[in-house]
Design a protein. Structure first.
Length: 322
């Protein structure tokens, strides 16, 4: 690779030879750019390292030659063609330091169990044998018509599930907490101090687009914020458009589409801050910014190559004049 050629000059070479090697490498890169401008990628070359090396060699030349005006012009051109790092976007850019947010959305809501939901229902108590019998009920009845599946209990069209010891229990319309308390009271006849845990198994959120790990994320409980969902998916990438996150939500027979801005702290007071089951979160790519940055990189590369070529001509002319 040309970039490695630029920095692999002989160790015994003086600074003049090293600078010539650097310039020759840049000229070869410019030749690649001229041959295939559409396929040329600046990511293949370490221009920061090449530019720094040429500046160091130029300083060495100044010490050897004295403060020659031609060398000073060449050094100035190299400095002006240095690459500039673009500042990445970030979350909540308008959030003030040491402040208090008011009217934010609370997480004290509970979802109702619906027909067709798939539930995980487990019990623990001081009656070990009864615990094992109750918790093995779903597996034992897997594939039967009793409303259970290998992964839990499916709520039937009549709103009930079939449980060990208790038979058909109506669960539709209840929250997870309400169902847990109801089952604990019913199991007192068979268990000592029972504790029942109920979770959703079919609730999920789909995250796709410019994230570290696009995935279908399980949502066993009600409270899952948009920020948590993105973090669990590896956070958004550097190329993501943080000010335009799309959320697609099912409500009855409709699908609502909402665009939220994660650069603005007003998201904390938005009803869309917490995701809901079957939400689709789409993180779009900032294509406009990517194109601008790529064009800027190519322009900086061209200017750097042209300036390096001019610098070579200046050095050669300087040596010929002397």
């Amino acid at each position: 690779m040309i970039a490695s050629f630029c920095i692999s000059y002989p160790q015994h070479s003086n600074c003049v030879h090293k600078f010539y090697f650097s310039v020759l490498g840049l000229i070869n890169i410019f030749y690649d750019f001229c041959l295939q401008p559409k396929n040329f990628s600046t990511k293949s070359y370490n221009f920061l390292e090449i530019n720094l090396m040429m500046k160091n060699n130029f300083l060495c030349l100044l010490k050897r030659k004295g403060k020659n005006p031609l060398c000073m012009v060449g050094l100035l051109m190299l400095i002006l063609t240095s690459c500039k790092v673009t500042k990445p976007s970030s979350y909540f850019t308008n959030l003030q330091k040491d402040t208090t947010l008011k009217s934010f959305v609370t997480a004290d809501f509970e979802l109702k169990i619906l027909k067709g939901d798939r539930l995980s229902i487990t019990a623990s108590s001081l009656s070990t044998l009864e615990d094992a019998l109750f918790n093995s009920g779903a597996v034992a009845a897997s594939g039967s018509t009793g409303g259970t599946t290998a992964g839990g209990y499916t709520v039937q069209q009549d709103g009930s599930v079939l449980l060990h010891r208790l038979g058909n229990v109506t669960v539709a319309g209840l929250t997870r907490r309400e169902l847990s308390r109801q089952l604990e009271n019913k199991l007192l006849a068979y268990m000592k101090e029972p504790i029942v845990q109920v979770n959703f198994l079919n609730h999920k959120v789909t995250i796709l687009g410019e994230v570290g790990t696009p995935q279908v994320l399980a949502m066993p409980e009600e409270q899952l914020s948009l920020i948590d969902a993105l973090v669990l998916s590896g956070d958004v990438t550097a190329n993501a458009k943080r000010n335009n996150i799309t959320i697609i939500r099912e409500e009855g027979t409709e699908k609502k589409v909402k665009h939220v801005n994660l650069e603005d702290h007003s998201i904390f007071s938005s009803p869309w801050y917490y995701v809901k089951p079957n939400d689709i979160i789409l993180v779009s790519a900032d294509t406009e910014r990517y194109v601008k940055e790529e064009n800027k990189r190519k322009l900086q590369t061209t200017l750097s190559l042209v300036a390096s070529g001019i610098s070579l001509i200046i050095i050669i002319a300087d040596r010929l004049i002397k």
